[in-house]
Design a protein around this ligand. Structure first.
Ligand SMILES: Cc1ncc(COP(=O)(O)O)c(C=O)c1O
Ligand SMILES: Nc1c(O)cccc1C(=O)C[C@H](N)C(=O)O
Length: 408
């Protein structure tokens, strides 16, 4: 396996990108699907935004340093990574808030009686947002089905299909093209949450004719903790969207300070308030690493890394109480692999203490994210080896590894 890892690293066309990240020595970082690593050049860019732009240019920086255009500029850069047309993606707010905005837009396009279909593998915040809108609109019914039952639920009747492409727990990937086409045949609108896709998979929003989408800036896009998220509105819907969460940055003329809301042209109408400039500068800078990258190559490396991890773990998995929770077919999963283990919490704490950082999702999932830009095949082998040692020696069974932390 060692020779195979070395050969795969040697043949990796993206291997050089790793040097662009400031990863601590001795750490194998397998949680870029939750918080992406720090690109080396980002601290200087943020420091300059603080010291020069904020410190010296003060409020003139909104125009002089282009702060006001950041949601648009950064949105256009993300659009290029997810197969979206220019003018359809904007960066702002959190994924949850953006989902509220696009789901309320989709509901309003569908009239008074609307059935929303989602699945139980969806990230809880998505379901909370949908439940909130269901409570606010008497004509809205939210139907939550098992992930495998989505296609049947679509056939039974749907007005808005709201799904996350890659399941945060299992890594199972929905077939975006097939489900979008199926929902469209029934006249429905389709919203995709790309939290675990953007920056890792070759998403093609225009190709699949998605209606709306949202996604995170802090995962595979490496925008930093709490980085703003993005939303997508297909061009064909933009003029018809009348924002429920209307705010002055979504107004046609924010600095005219009119009392009545007039939506901005195009996708900008779903912007709400002042952009978080420092976080946006970090995200914008982080996106430099994607310049000129082929997302097909990024996705291919993610598949190779996850395949290799499964191959490394397979020989000892059953004996040591591990069960693969992710699909074996690489085309049917995203860029993370999940393993079930009865003692997932202390096992993950022991892994972190040994320098292998993944995370745990209750009740029993060990989750390992393989960010294609900075994880190598030797890292994968070393993580699998550490996991085997911890399980064989039962070194996870120490009081300090059982103590619960807030963020898991
Ligand atoms: C699929 C998915 N959607 C939404 C979110 C939440 O995003 P935010 O915290 O930006 O609202 C996450 C992770 O936090 C997620 O995994
Ligand atoms: N957003 C996070 C946070 O603020 C703290 C810890 C984790 C997160 C996450 O992003 C979790 C992630 N969406 C997940 O897939 O589990």
């Amino acid at each position: 396996m060692k020779a195979r890892a070395a050969a795969l690293d040697d043949a990796d066309p993206l291997a050089a990108l790793r040097d662009r990240f400031a990863l601590p020595a001795g750490v194998v970082y397998l949680d870029g699907n939750s918080l992406g690593a720090l690109p080396r050049h980002v601290p200087d860019r943020v420091a300059s935004a603080v010291q020069t732009e904020w410190g010296e240019h003060l409020i003139t920086a909104w125009n002089r340093d282009g702060w006001v255009d950041l949601p648009v500029r950064t949105g256009e850069r993300i659009a290029a990574l997810i197969g979206a047309a220019p003018g359809t993606v904007r960066v702002t707010d959190s994924t949850s808030v953006n989902l509220f905005k696009v789901l309320s837009a989709a509901l309003s396009l569908k009239g008074n009686r609307v059935t929303v279909v989602s699945d139980s593998g969806n990230f809880p915040t998505d379901l909370y947002v949908a439940h909130g809108l269901e409570r606010a609109h008497p004509g809205v019914t939210l139907k939550v089905v098992a992930p495998e039952a989505v296609a049947v639920a679509v056939d039974e009747g749907v007005d808005v299909l709201m799904l996350t492409e890659v399941d945060y727990r299992t890594g199972r990937r929905h077939d975006m093209a097939a489900l979008t086409a199926r929902a469209h045949e029934r006249g429905a609108l389709v919203i995709w949450d790309l939290a675990h896709s953007a920056g890792a998979l070759a998403v093609d929003l225009e190709g699949v004719r998605a209606d709306f989408a949202v996604g995170c800036g802090y995962k595979f896009l490496n925008g930093g903790p709490g980085a703003p998220a993005f939303y997508y509105i297909a061009e064909r819907h933009q003029a018809a969207v009348d924002p429920l969460l209307a705010g002055w940055f979504g107004h046609a003329a924010p600095f005219a300070f009119e009392t009545a809301f007039r939506p901005a042209e195009g996708a900008d109408r779903l912007r709400v308030g002042t952009p978080p400039v420092l976080s946006m500068v970090a995200l914008d800078a982080a996106l430099d690493i994607f310049d000129g990258l082929d997302m097909g190559a990024v996705q291919a490396k993610g598949r190779a890394l996850t395949d290799f991890f499964i191959a490394c773990v397979d020989p000892f998995a059953a004996e040591l109480g591990l069960e693969l929770a992710s699909p074996r077919d690489p085309a049917a999963r995203g860029s993370h692999v999940s393993l079930r283990h009865e003692q997932a919490y202390p096992v993950m704490q022991a892994l972190i203490a040994a320098g292998v950082i993944g995370d745990m999702r209750a009740p029993d999932i060990l989750r390992f994210g393989f960010a294609p830009l900075y994880v190598g095949f030797s890292d994968v082998l070393s993580a699998a080896g550490t996991l085997e040692t911890i399980l064989r020696q039962e070194s996870w069974d120490r009081p300090e590894f059982h103590a619960r932390k807030v963020v898991t």
